[in-house]
Design a protein around this ligand. Structure first.
Ligand code: ADP
Ligand code: MG
Ligand code: ZN
Length: 618
């Protein structure tokens, strides 16, 4: 796929060329100004030259006498101030036999000279500049933005069937690919669909969280469809002047109709497709006009001609309902975060571009990267390759990939962060607190890594847990265990040092979120049962929720959340108290090694467990 490039050099560049040409031309066309040099002489010299018959032509003016000596090869021009008391001047001139004529070139009339020195260059300047930019535009295929193209759509036209992105480059997302494949198929042989009376949807809306490959899928459609593909981002319709956005929409659809069959792709459509609100005051007129124009155009064209409109957004809930009704974007294609198999496939697609060692286990990486989007996975592979180069290796190892997951989750290692010994000890106990509580509960994901090396994200250490299988459902017990695991860090600090630190701030945020969701959204409290107290606002962007209950109820919810958190904190504290010896040993081990694996952790935990049971049996 070849994207037609917009001009790299700004217009001013061409104007400067024209300016240089103008200056040169000026020197050649009007050089007389430079040529005629006039020498100033005194009256005596003039008289003696006159006597020696060296003056051939003379011109007398009010203040000066101009004269010329053309006896030499090159005529020389002179000037001398007139000498009022020389009444015999005329006689002398006559006697010397010189001619009376024009020596000095006459000055041009001010209008004419103004015309030559100012107006003509200016006109020339503008005309050449325009011609240059016009011809450039033509070369570029037209339609790029500059000051003269108000109302042009700016859509990038992808020339189909050039080597580009294909469906194979998009891993996972099989359902989305299947639906898009159908659209591509329709554009290839519409007769098959028309024969049976099937009508293609006019528009398809790709919805999903950021980085899941919506834009990539649209580009793959362009690569597969072998029809013209117009791509434009919603924000490109937003203009300073009212009516310009609408004009751009009109232009886009005009172009599309001419090129049918073709595909029009509007990325981030939420920028222009937001719900229109009734209040006229301060409303965004420009945006509404643009949206209205889009709605009109979508109704206006004939779907059977083969213009398919794709759009992508990660905020479908903000779209105007009119956009989503049948006949407009009547097909909604979810592009969700990849599952385990999807993550593995995406890793493999991107790993094709880098050299790999032979110890790579994509499945393990995919499991550790639960919740990562396609873009994050692509980024992880690249981070791993960068790390390999940094370490002077020619290929990527499993360790590179593991480290890059941590980079994406927690940021880079902060090599020069200096923790005091005391702080390091507190962090060790804090992290082991998390790990121990997780390991001592039955429904928790196994611990795979514990580290107290600070990260650029601000984390002073962390405990990584990786589920053996992908979980789609979480039970109440599992959620409670998760909360207890979060509480484990603070509980260990409290228990060992008798005081608490700021290190638990992120844990507190996470556990509160979980506890809140359990009560308000998952119906896991005895008081409210299955009553929805919160609704999620934007499911794909962080999923912040807004309360939908009375203020009194909200107060009760807060109390319940608090109760649940306290209860789980107590559980964590109890678990740690019952295993104080292990806590000490593991924390000391972590303090010395700074990073330990899940296996090391489990080995120490289990050997001690056997010893204690043995000693308990004695
Ligand atoms: P968005 O959904 O936000 O439009 P993009 O399509 O821009 O996401 O994805 C960004 C990048 O992430 C892509 O260029 C690609 O490298 C990578 N990516 C995302 N999803 C996938 C996927 N399913 N398969 C392969 N690569 C993907
Ligand atoms: Mg995108
Ligand atoms: Zn913590």
């Amino acid at each position: 796929m070849k994207e037609v490039k917009s001009p790299k050099k700004p217009l001013i560049f061409y104007y400067i060329i024209v300016l240089v040409i103008m200056v040169l031309l000026n020197g050649i066309l009007f050089p007389s100004i430079l040529r005629q040099q006039i020498e100033e002489v005194d009256y005596g010299t003039f008289l003696s030259m006159l006597d020696q018959k060296e003056v051939s032509v003379v011109e007398v003016e009010q203040d000066y006498i101009y004269f010329m000596d053309d006896n030499q090869k090159d005529p020389t021009y002179y000037r001398t101030a007139t000498f009022d008391s020389d009444i015999s001047l005329v006689d002398r001139l006559y006697a010397s036999g010189c001619k009376f004529g024009e020596v000095k070139e006459k000055e041009m009339s001010p209008i004419l000279s103004g015309l030559i020195s100012f107006v003509i260059p200016l006109v020339f300047f503008i005309v050449v500049g325009q011609l240059l930019s016009r011809s450039l535009m033509k070369k570029m295929g037209g339609g790029m933005g500059n000051a003269m193209s108000f109302g042009k759509s700016n859509a990038k036209v992808y020339v189909a069937s050039e080597t580009g992105i294909k469906f194979n480059d998009v891993a996972g997302e099989e359902e989305a690919k299947e639906q898009l494949q159908e659209i591509v198929d329709f554009l290839h042989n519409p007769s098959r669909y028309q024969a049976i009376g099937a009508r293609m949807p006019k528009g398809a809306l790709l919805v999903g969280p950021p980085g899941t490959g919506k834009t990539l899928l649209a580009k793959a459609v362009a690569g597969e469809a072998e029809v013209p593909f117009f791509s434009i981002s919603g924000s490109e319709f937003v203009e300073m002047f009212v009516g310009m956005g609408a004009a751009k929409v009109r232009d886009l659809f005009k172009q599309a109709n001419e090129k049918a069959p073709c595909i029009v792709f509007i990325d981030e459509i939420d920028t222009i497709g937001k719900k229109r609100d009734g209040n006229g005051l301060g409303g965004n007129d420009e945006r509404e006009q643009t949206l209205n124009q889009l709605l009109t155009e979508m109704d206006g064209f004939d779907g059977s001609k083969g213009v398919v409109i794709l759009a992508a957004t990660n905020r479908p809930e903000t779209l105007d309902p009119a956009l989503l009704r049948p006949g407009r974007f009547d097909r909604r294609i979810p592009v969700e975060l990849p599952d385990l198999a999807g993550r593995e496939a995406i890793l493999k697609v991107h790993a094709k571009k880098v050299k790999l060692g032979d110890d790579i286990d994509f499945n393990a990486i995919a499991r550790a990267a639960a919740g990562a989007s396609g873009a994050e996975l692509a980024n992880m592979v690249n981070e791993a390759a960068l790390r390999a180069v940094r370490n002077g290796r020619a290929y990527v190892t499993q360790a590179d990939l593991e480290e890059s997951i941590e980079v994406v989750i927690a940021g880079y290692q902060k090599k020069n962060a200096v923790l005091s010994d005391k702080e390091k000890l507190i962090v060790s106990y804090h992290e082991i607190g998390h790990a121990l509580v997780a390991a001592l509960q039955s429904h928790s994901a196994p611990v795979t890594k514990i580290t107290i090396i600070p990260r650029t994200s601000g984390a002073l250490g962390y405990t990584m847990q990786v589920d053996t299988q992908e979980q789609h459902l979480l039970s109440r017990e599992e959620l409670e265990n998760k909360i207890a695991t979060y509480a484990g860090g603070r509980a260990a600090e409290q228990m060992i040092f008798g005081s608490i630190t700021t290190g638990a701030s992120n844990d507190i945020e996470q556990m509160t979120k979980l506890a809140r969701a359990m009560i308000t959204r998952y119906g896991m409290s005895d008081e409210f049962g299955m009553m929805a107290l919160e609704t999620v606002n934007n499911q794909y962007l962080g999923g912040d929720a807004s309360l939908a209950c009375a203020a009194q109820t909200a107060a009760v919810v807060d109390e319940k959340v608090n109760q649940l958190l306290k209860q789980q904190y107590q559980k964590a504290l109890d678990l740690l108290k019952a295993n104080t010896a292990k806590l000490h040993e593991l924390a000391k081990y972590l303090y010395e090694k700074e990073t330990i694996t899940g296996e090391e952790f489990m080995k120490i935990l289990e050997t001690r467990a056997i010893e204690t049971t043995e000693s308990g049996a004695e």
